[in-house]
Design a protein around this ligand. Structure first.
Ligand code: SAM
Length: 243
């Protein structure tokens, strides 16, 4: 199944190839940099324990509201329309406090749907509707998934076991600024050091550049290509594994 939101750097187009690199069996699946959760939703290899994580609090709040308060969230979203004024007003309003989690989730969801390329900075001028038709099946899927809001290092150490599979899709090297959660050069090294210390297995997505290839030179590196989300060319990517 597809994610219910588009997300910058989302892996919908590469999900099949990534899942094809997963081992036959694993006891727990942890999607460390969850974003729109496109690999989690696309995979039908369901482990006993499944985890979605992201350090973006608005994103995690949206996932949790959809899991636990679907109808209330649908009602809240129903109050908005796809319009330029709505987009800019919500962009400002979400910076304020004093809203309920459900109100905040709707205020985050609508701009994702109607912004240009889901980047949340300019209005998309599209005729996309703010429909919630798929919320029911997504909410059901999330019932099996633990939703976490942790920095990757703490999360990985917490869930690491010999039968764990971590799928990691960090902000890409040199395009870290696309996300509201800050990710630095030092974080790329911290991720590598954390992954090198685990008992379980990992599958990691990255852009194909020399820095990344050098960082993971001891691992299996598989080249992959995907269409740019805005349809303007092809991105060279890599899938990296420790098995
Ligand atoms: C490339 S996106 C993930 C896209 C996702 N795989 C998808 O298909 O939609 C990277 C995500 O990492 C999150 N992130 C950034 N720093 C983080 C950190 N320190 N710990 C956990 N998540 C983080 C960002 O909020 C962003 O959603």
């Amino acid at each position: 199944m597809k994610s219910f939101i588009p997300w910058v750097g989302g892996k919908t187009l590469l999900a099949k190839k990534i899942i094809g690199e997963f081992p036959e069996t694993f006891g727990r699946y942890i999607e460390v940099f969850g974003g729109g959760g496109s690999v989690l939703f696309a995979s039908d290899k369901h482990a006993k324990i499944e985890v979605y994580n992201d350090f973006n609090s608005d994103l995690v709040n949206l996932f949790r509201c959809l899991k636990y308060h679907r109808s209330e969230l649908e009602r809240e979203i129903d109050g908005y329309i796809n319009a330029r004024e709505v987009f800019f007003e919500l962009k400002e309003r979400i910076k304020c406090t004093g809203f309920t989690d459900i109100q905040r989730a709707a205020m985050f969801y609508c701009p994702i749907k109607i912004s240009y390329g889901s980047k949340l900075d300019t209005y998309g001028c599209s005729n996309k509707s703010l429909d919630t038709d798929r919320f029911s099946e997504v909410s059901e899927r999330l019932k099996r998934v633990n939703i976490e809001h942790k920095d990757f290092e703490e999360l990985i150490k917490q869930y690491d076991r010999p039968d764990a599979l971590f799928y990691c899709d960090p902000p890409y090297h040199t395009t870290e600024g696309f996300y509201s959660v800050k990710f630095t050069e030092a974080d790329h090294y911290r991720l590598r050091d954390t992954l090198y210390g685990i008992k379980g297995r990992f599958v990691l997505s990255y852009n194909d550049d020399e820095f990344v290839r050098e960082l993971y030179k001891d691992c299996m590196i598989i080249a992959a290509e995907r269409q740019n989300n805005l349809g303007s060319g092809v991105f060279k990517e890599v899938i990296i594994k420790n098995y």
